[in-house]
Design a protein around this ligand. Structure first.
Ligand SMILES: Cc1ncc(COP(=O)(O)O)c(C=O)c1O
Length: 475
């Protein structure tokens, strides 16, 4: 273990054992250098790591403080929990009832899965759409059939290169958003009745895809600080004939947690040893708040078993519906499925995004977006601290735009959702993130919208609703 990791671990132990209480200020750089005899860069890196784990938060000119997330309860690990049987999934009605209720534009979109469209460079993108479309040949509807527009696939491959991952453009299949990429990948590697490992809590669309394709799910616990429980996954792989995994390695939806590179590598190695494909949902990768973009698990894949899926929906243009998969050894199969299902992604949208990636200043836009998200995260956390009961816990994510709140045990998030909708506020209740409708006292809220009086009022209203006896489950 490196020195800064040892230092971070020893501070983390102090925080978790309660020796360093929530809200307290960590020693200054100077104090810790003197106490531990380490260098300034070791302390910096250790604090940076603790921040990444969601245990501490920097406050400008005041130092580092222990976050409320440090007290988030451990999810039961497979040691405490008998390894569950695979489950036939029945989630869609629940998910649709929640999503439908939140559709109205006047509803405060704390339950939404999208950031505010106002944060996207729509005028600049329109210019690229015009330029890109003008440059298209009449034959483009034929030439741009799957795997997709050449220019776009080269630009996507260049973005991989920027993170140090080499993906040949030939491996990339352009799709209608990441959701289609994920669904096609799942179809490419499973047949009805197969068992698929998913995260718990995890993105509800994975459960819906499993339900639609008549598959079965095995849920693998995700801890909000450390992420996917690899021991539980190993035990599940031993017990069940798992045909594929569908996981998020960066800024997981809903917890926001990112796996360390070591864990990503272990995950890839574990699956490679059993020849199990990994469908990697990485739609939030570009929304990182630290300097460097986190690596995907795909970076550690030497066997073509990782099918990396992403899109421009969360960073640039949700309505264009342009996503892709870099599907390794399954690329041909995915390409055929794409042709058989929806034929092609929109030709003008592909050309427009390709032009934008080359000429539009995507990285500059992303830097602005990251700054806006961090400001909004700070405002949201401040409002949560101001209005919600002290027992509400969360881990500060280092990217994406979700906070996963653990409310007091007795709270029924579905009842909270119903009462909140009545007051024009959407939230995403915990049970939609699990095949077993678990996480009854959790909610996911979105900080992807510019801070406003309306959002502040919505958090205050949630605090009032939490006092209503109707949201307390009879336990
Ligand atoms: C985790 C996750 N994966 C995939 C998607 C779908 O992305 P797209 O809009 O590109 O289809 C979403 C959107 O909500 C998401 O949150």
């Amino acid at each position: 273990m490196k020195r800064y990791e040892a230092l971070a671990n020893s501070i983390a132990d102090g925080i978790r054992s309660g020796q360093i209480p929530i809200g307290s200020r960590l020693p200054s750089l100077r104090q810790i250098i003197a106490q531990r005899g380490v260098s300034q860069s070791t302390v910096f890196r250790a604090y940076y790591l603790l921040e990444e784990w969601g245990l501490i938060r920097a406050e400008e000119r005041a130092g580092y403080f222990v976050t409320p997330g440090a007290a988030v309860k451990q999810v039961p690990s497979h040691h405490d929990m008998p390894l569950a049987d695979s489950t036939k999934v029945d989630i869609s009605d629940l998910v649709f009832s929640v999503l439908d209720a939140a559709k109205h534009p006047n509803v405060v979109p704390l339950g939404s899965a999208f950031p505010s469209p106002l944060l996207f460079p729509s005028a600049r993108l329109l210019k690229s759409l015009t330029r890109g479309t003008r440059a298209l040949s009449p034959w483009s509807t034929v030439v741009d059939l799957p795997p997709g527009n050449d220019h776009l696939r080269r630009q996507i491959a260049l973005r991989y290169v920027a993170t140090g991952v080499s993906i040949p453009p030939e491996e990339i299949v352009v799709t209608n958003g990441a959701l289609e990429a994920l669904n096609l990948c799942l179809m490419a590697v499973t047949r009805p009745g197969d068992v698929v490992a998913v995260e718990s809590p995890g993105f509800y669309a994975a459960l819906q895809a499993i339900e639609r394709l008549d598959l079965r799910a095995v849920e693998i616990p995700v801890h909000p600080v450390t992420g996917l429980d690899l021991d539980a996954l190993a035990a599940a792989l031993d017990k069940h004939p798992i045909r594929a995994c569908w996981f998020m390695t960066n800024f997981q939806n809903p917890t926001g947690v990112t796996l360390s590179d070591e864990k990503k590598k272990s995950l890839v190695d574990m699956l490679a040893a059993r020849d199990v494909p990994l469908i990697e949902d990485d739609v939030y990768q570009e929304l990182h708040f630290s300097r460097d973009r986190p690596l995907p698990a795909k970076a550690f894949d030497g066997n073509g078993l990782v099918m990396h899926c992403s899109s421009f929906s969360k960073t640039l243009a949700p309505g264009y519906r342009i996503g892709w998969t870099s599907a390794g050894r399954f690329a041909d199969r995915v390409q055929r499925l794409k042709l058989m299902t929806t034929l092609s992604a929109s030709t003008p949208a592909q050309a427009g995004i390709a032009d934008y990636l080359e000429h539009g200043g995507f990285d500059r836009h992303l830097r602005k977006l990251h700054a806006a998200m961090q400001t909004q995260r700070a405002a949201m956390e401040a409002a949560l601290r101001r209005y919600l009961p002290r027992e509400v816990r969360w881990v500060t994510p280092s990217g994406g735009y979700f906070l996963w709140l653990q409310l007091p045990d007795a709270v029924d998030a579905m009842a909270l959702h119903r009462l909140a909708i009545g007051r024009g506020i959407s939230i995403a209740p915990g049970p939609i993130f699990s095949a077993k409708h678990a996480f009854q006292n959790c909610v996911r809220i979105n900080f992807g919208h510019p801070w406003s009086v309306k959002i502040d009022g919505a958090i205050r209203a949630l605090a009032e609703i939490l006092e209503d006896p109707a949201v307390h489950a009879s336990i």
